[in-house]
Design a protein around this ligand. Structure first.
Ligand SMILES: [Zn+2]
Length: 207
């Protein structure tokens, strides 16, 4: 796999570069061979390392240039022009494609609501959690931790909104939402943050 490539500025020649040292010149012993009379037998080398790319002139007859400036040894960045004699080459970085896995929620959506092993409805966001709420707009079932909570006043239960369509969510019959902590709707992490919040706001007078 080549990380960088040199591309001819005038004619479309393209040379892949590997990690480590890449010698460039007219003779066949070079990794990158450029058959041009203005290029020396072994003209220069490009070293590709962890920290970047370095060009070293190897006592060439006509010189090595980066963006028109003569160099003996210099760092070069992608997009800069490396010139050997009359041959101009652009350093390009090879693009790397990263495959992004598709979200499991898509599959859940395609096949409709799932149920857990005990037959209860599963959350459409977190299929391993039991759904205790349903969106009044898109009708999807959710676990409390999947919902957006909006608190209007400290004495009231927070309003719950659907993460997919922003519709209002209500408790599925059979579940209860008791008190402010609402045990059925909070996962342990949320519950912990609620306790922390309560402690932090402890100085306030009780309502
Ligand atoms: Zn919804």
């Amino acid at each position: 796999m080549n990380l960088y490539r040199l591309k001819g500025k005038i004619h479309g020649a393209s040379y892949g570069l590997g990690s480590g040292r890449n010698t460039i010149g007219r003779s066949s012993e070079n990794l990158v061979r450029i058959p041009d009379p203005s290029v020396s037998g072994v003209h220069c080398e490009i070293e590709i390392g962890e920290t970047g790319v370095v060009v070293r002139d190897l006592q060439s007859t006509n010189g090595t240039f980066i963006d028109g400036q003569p160099v003996a040894e210099s760092a070069i960045r992608p997009g800069q022009v490396l010139q050997l004699g009359t041959v101009a080459l652009v350093l390009e970085e090879e693009s790397v494609t990263i495959a992004v896995p598709t979200l499991p929620s898509t599959a859940v959506e395609e096949n409709g609501p799932k149920t857990l092993a005990d037959g209860t409805l599963a959350c459409s966001r977190f299929p391993e959690l039991q759904a205790a709420f349903r969106c009044t707009k898109c009708q999807r079932p959710f676990h409390g931790s999947a919902l957006r909570q909006v608190r209007l006043s400290s004495g009231r239960l927070p309003l719950l909104f659907c993460p997919d369509c922003d519709g209002k969510c209500e408790v599925i019959p059979g579940f209860s939402r008791s008190g402010d902590s609402g045990s059925v709707l909070l996962n342990p992490r949320k519950l912990l943050s609620r306790i922390t919040q309560t402690i932090r706001l402890g100085w306030r007078k009780p309502e």
